[in-house]
Design a protein around this ligand. Structure first.
Ligand SMILES: *Cc1c(COP(=O)(O)O)cnc(C)c1O
Length: 377
């Protein structure tokens, strides 16, 4: 028996109020009771996404919604831009190529942020481009892309802008409509403070126009089916009723705190986390750090060892690096259901583990630096 702390960039811990909803008896989905919950959730999602358009919910992990954002608006042979700066951005390339879509990559080195003006240049030189795919907060490296500027550029063309906001939504300022984003995807186990299993997608009118001509084959992921059912507060296939009931509660909590306040809460946690890392002598990784996860470089590639020891000895889960960054960075998340105290616990244990692994640090320094930032807020 070990007390567990989840400081990973998804899944995140979930509030007890939300967990309790997951434990209630199963509702049948073709009932007034379920339709009432579904309707409330649909309204709430619009608030979290900051859009007037409908947001559709389906049973899938976040990648399912990403696949939906490809198969519903494109046809084989279409040309798209993918602006990637990490593992999740690269996933757009893999999905698109799987369906015979031609990808023009405007990618940057992992740790950097994508360049809006590069996207603009490619769009200018190629009027055939149907869509631009990118990532809001690139969880694999811990950076945030300037979606507002990209939206400004893409909206002046015929292309649509598709954004993976899976880890950033509810955690960092994101405005679908104001920032002129056409398609946004997210899912349940990050900012929404819910168990994994639900994915979300929203489309602008401009994107729906593309959907009308899309020829990529699809069945379960056919958004038109979801749109039709959504209008009568249903889903085309059996929805994960328990998760949707729990989502109603997590949205209630988000509304109660208010999105702006939440964005600010995570900003404070991010500042404290950065201060803690610096106090340990660890260099922050990433050009423009996001507010939901902090990446730091660790000496001599002991990232994996740090993550393993923290989890096994202290019950604290953080994440290491992915792909080429394996062993080289650690990622300390401050997304979802997480508070100031969790962060201090995380740093105290991280200090112990670093000492155990022979890294020269002064114990208490990271905790003190984080406290300093938290006290300022
Ligand atoms: C977690 C994450 C995903 C993948 O989500 P799954 O639920 O594992 O499919 C995609 N993009 C980003 C930015 C993420 O953080």
């Amino acid at each position: 028996m070990m007390k567990r702390y989840l400081l990973t960039p998804g899944p995140t811990a979930i509030p007890p109020e939300v967990a309790l909803k997951e434990a209630l008896p199963i509702l049948h989905h073709r009932t007034v009771e379920f339709a009432t919950i579904y309707k409330d959730v649909a309204e709430g999602l619009k608030y979290v996404f900051q859009t007037k358009n409908e947001v559709y919910t389906l049973a899938a992990s976040g990648t399912g919604a990403m696949e939906m954002a490809v198969v519903n608006i494109l046809s084989p042979g279409d040309e798209v831009i993918v602006a990637s700066c990490g593992n999740f951005g690269d996933r757009w390339i893999k999905i698109a190529e799987e369906y015979g879509v031609k990808v023009i990559s405007v990618s940057v080195e992992w740790g950097k942020v994508v360049k809006p003006e590069e996207i603009g240049k490619v769009l200018k030189s190629n009027s055939n481009i149907k869509a631009v795919y990118t990532t809001f907060t690139e969880t694999s490296t811990g950076v945030a892309n300037d979606i507002k500027s990209i939206g400004e550029i893409v909206s002046r063309t015929n292309a649509v802008l598709v954004v993976d906001a899976i880890s950033g939504l509810a955690g960092q300022e994101f405005r679908t409509d104001n920032w002129k984003v056409d398609v946004v995807v997210s899912c349940s186990q990050k900012g929404f403070m819910l168990a994994p299993g639900l994915a979300f997608i929203t489309l602008s009118d401009k994107a729906w126009k593309l959907a009308e001509t899309s020829k990529i084959p699809k069945f379960y992921f056919d958004l038109k089916k979801y749109k039709k059912s959504h209008a009568i507060n249903e889903t085309p296939f059996t929805p994960p009723v328990t998760l949707i009931a729990a989502l109603q509660e997590s949205i209630r909590l988000i509304k109660e705190r208010g999105l702006e306040n939440m964005w600010n809460d995570y900003k404070i946690l991010a500042k404290a986390t950065r201060a803690g890392m610096k106090a340990l002598g660890l260099d922050l990784f990433g050009e423009v750090p996001c507010e939901v996860v902090t990446s730091a470089s660790v000496p001599v590639e002991i990232g994996g060892e740090i993550v393993k020891t923290l989890r096994e000895k202290y019950g604290v889960s953080i994440a290491g690096g992915q792909g080429d960054l394996e062993g080289k960075i650690i990622r300390f998340a401050h997304m979802g259901y997480i508070g100031k105290a969790d962060l201090l616990v995380g740093f105290a244990c991280l200090e112990m583990v670093l000492s155990e692994l022979g890294v020269k640090i002064e114990k208490g320094k990271a905790v003190a630096a984080a406290e300093e930032e938290l006290l300022k807020a």
